[in-house]
Unconditional design. Structure first.
Lengths: 269, 176
């Protein structure tokens, strides 16, 4: 049996339901709505625009961690927002953006710890392969680079260097997932979603002095992914081992900082 | 700096308000609108919940705060339309709508006869005119917002309200 509004719930002068009647209904309606929405409720992501030394960036952080970071002059910000909206309820938050911007600035000023502790959320990455590649890439420390082929080998798909390249191109979290630390197997710098100039700027800020001409610096040392031993480029071990097993550090100190020990044959400085 | 390949950066984010904030902002007027349209306590409650549920599901498609209010009214109006259609279909089979109306009019007292007559007159208006009238007079929407909600021009919305008021006036004059 339907419950029609009672005469005392109307204001006869205006033929409106009275405020008291509406309040009573809203009280009930809010409870019912909260129960109905709970199972489909999306998490909240805080988004904001960062003015950084690398240009304007769009940043988004979910409760699990940083979920998107986009160079707004090379990527379509509206597409990123649309992708975020599918998974999160978005709230604009300048404070979060300012915090992330501060971390990026400190990183560019040479503070290697500035960005490594922030948790990341790979919700926007659908493919398990891409998630594996991006997660593994986070283990490549500042001041070092790895090749596309090397990264593919490190995630157990040694012949998937092209897929790794595609993954880097669509990386939703540049800087924090350091796709700028992935170079070509021949030592060339390779491309970057934010432009090659930004890649060079980031690598130089991390102490890796490269440019498009001379590629890997002469004082670089080669660390082995598995044995955790690093050698000078002329070491026989480097020549013998497969290229894809190496991670290249700008100098010995960086390699030691990453928990590797010096080769006893070539004794790199 | 790198060369720009594709510049499509939002100047400001201009995000729609968070869902809960939108509920808090529009719940009262939407409930009033649904009560006015359905003239039934339970139906208004059901449609209120369904309106916000549908809005929440479609929230990712909402790109900015602009147009939020007419969009909500569009959802509510569509749900009211569906409900009316279902009722008509059912009443053809069961034929109990007339009984309810008789009961309702038998239970009313003299003080509310005018109100009931007006309600009946509103109920007899063509759908678009009724919705336009309710949105304008009880929801307080601008003609542009009504036009957005009813997918028509602002002129049509204005004409709909005018025609509805004209018919109501005539109906009241005839009854008195």
């Amino acid at each position: 049996m339907k419950k029609a509004l009672q005469p005392d719930e109307f204001d006869p002068a205006s033929d409106e339901a009275t405020d008291a009647a509406i309040d009573k209904m809203l009280l009930l309606a809010r409870q019912r709505l909260a129960r109905a929405i709970a199972p489909i409720r999306r998490s909240v992501a805080r988004v904001g625009i960062i003015e950084s030394p690398l240009g304007r960036l769009l940043a988004a952080e979910s409760p699990r961690g940083l979920v998107a970071l986009t160079y707004l002059d090379t990527r379509d910000g509206t597409t990123v927002l649309a992708a975020l909206r599918q998974k999160f309820d978005l709230v604009e938050d300048a404070e979060t953006a300012a915090r992330i911007g501060g971390e990026i600035e400190r990183h560019l000023a040479g503070d290697d710890d500035a960005i490594v502790h922030r948790p990341i959320d790979l919700s926007l990455v659908v493919s398990p392969f891409q998630r594996r590649a991006l997660t593994r890439l986070r283990e490549v420390p500042a001041g070092s680079v790895v090749t596309y082929q090397g990264l593919a080998a490190a995630i157990g798909s040694p012949s998937s260097q092209r897929a790794v390249g595609t993954t880097m191109a669509s990386n939703p979290l540049p800087i924090y997932v350091p796709c700028h630390r992935v170079i070509k197997s021949d030592g060339k710098i390779g491309n970057y979603g934010g432009g090659v100039e930004r890649k060079l700027k980031l690598l130089r800020a991390e102490g890796f002095e490269v440019d498009r001409g001379d590629r890997i610096p002469p004082q670089a040392v080669y660390g082995h992914w598995q044995s955790r031993i690093f050698c000078s480029p002329t070491c026989s071990a480097v020549r013998r081992a497969e290229r894809k097993k190496w991670i290249i550090f700008t100098d010995s100190a960086r390699a030691r900082g990453a928990g590797m020990r010096a080769c006893k044959l070539c004794r790199p400085a | 700096m790198p060369q720009s390949r594709k510049i499509n950066a939002p100047a400001t984010l201009d995000l729609p308000p968070p869902f809960d904030e939108a509920v808090a902002r529009y719940e009262r007027e939407l409930m009033r609108f649904l009560l006015r349209t359905t003239r039934d306590h339970d139906d208004a409650l059901d449609l209120f919940q369904e309106t916000w549920l549908r809005a929440y599901r479609a929230w990712p498609k909402l790109e900015s705060a602009a147009g939020l209010r007419p969009w909500l009214y569009r959802i509510a109006t569509n749900l009211c339309l569906n409900r009316t259609r279902d009722r008509m279909r059912r009443s053809r089979v069961i034929g109990d709508e007339e009984i309810d109306l008789e009961r309702a009019s038998a239970g009313s007292n003299g003080a509310h006869e005018g109100v009931l007559h007006l309600k009946a007159a509103i109920a007899q208006l063509p759908h678009n005119q009724r919705e336009a009238l309710v949105m304008r007079k009880f929801g307080g929407l601008e003609y542009a917002e009504i036009a957005h909600a009813l997918s028509c021009s602002a002129e049509s919305a204005r004409a709909g309200v005018y025609q509805a008021l004209k018919k109501l006036k005539l109906s009241v004059e005839l009854s008195s």
